[in-house]
Design a protein around this ligand. Structure first.
Ligand SMILES: Cc1cc2nc3c(=O)[nH]c(=O)nc-3n(C[C@H](O)[C@H](O)[C@H](O)COP(=O)(O)O)c2cc1C
Length: 199
């Protein structure tokens, strides 16, 4: 099975990225994980969690932190431009960026591939592969909206983490699961059981 590239950037919704990783690994997927430089800062500022930058240490960290032994995980540093996933010749199933900052979103929209996340997104666009962004900002300014329009016109799926109440969530974890499952809805099977609207 081709791997899924999962990127987590420095926006205020890191639990969504963490839950995505846990559910993907739990389902046995192979995940290529990239955290932006900003994601490490937000993790330590907002959640008091210091994620190791070293690739091997980080793989062990996630296995322990998420309590998941299944699936395959490879972590990449944000500036590893010579990584396999930086090339279109390396096959992937698709890429999801969750949460996605306005900075990363804007750089992808303008083709400015500064870090590995932006380069990978650029590769997914040029290879016409699935690319899904979960933008996290409020309110959006006109530049954000124009960037999202440009990306949507290029085939990117823009899936903002907007909760629903018809599932009657009992706690934040259930709400997070709903957001993550809907994020991946267009290209893989349900990552966890979900109450879908039945009319
Ligand atoms: C605690 C914290 C929360 C942040 N939340 C957001 C956010 O929700 N959305 C956003 O676009 N930027 C947010 N930022 C700003 C980004 O982290 C910053 O622009 C960073 O340079 C983005 O880099 P990246 O896109 O490579 O992750 C936040 C910063 C901090 C310190």
């Amino acid at each position: 099975m081709d791997p899924i590239v999962l990127a987590i950037t420095g926006a205020s919704a890191l639990p969504l990225g963490e839950r995505s990783l846990k559910l993907l690994l739990s389902k046995g997927y192979k995940v290529c994980l990239i955290l932006s430089k900003g994601a490490y800062k937000v993790s330590s500022a907002e959640r008091n969690i210091n994620i190791p930058i070293d690739q091997l240490k980080q793989e062990l960290f996630w296995r322990d932190y998420l309590s998941v032994n299944t699936g395959e995980l490879r972590c990449y540093k944000w500036d590893n431009h010579s990584a396999d996933i930086a090339s279109g010749s390396y096959r992937t199933k698709g890429m999801v960026i969750v949460p996605c900052t306005m900075g990363t979103l804007g750089r992808i929209a303008s083709g400015y591939s500064l870090d590995l996340i932006e380069r990978c997104a650029d590769v997914h666009l040029k290879e016409s592969r699935t690319l899904i962004l979960a933008p996290r900002e409020s309110p959006f300014n006109l530049i954000h909206l124009k960037n999202m329009t440009a990306l949507a016109q290029s085939g990117v799926r823009i899936v903002p983490p907007i909760p629903a109440w018809y599932t009657n969530p009992q706690n934040l974890d259930e709400m997070i699961d709903f957001l993550v499952i809907r994020l991946f809805d267009s290209f893989i099977d349900d990552l966890a059981p979900m109450n879908r609207w039945k009319g």
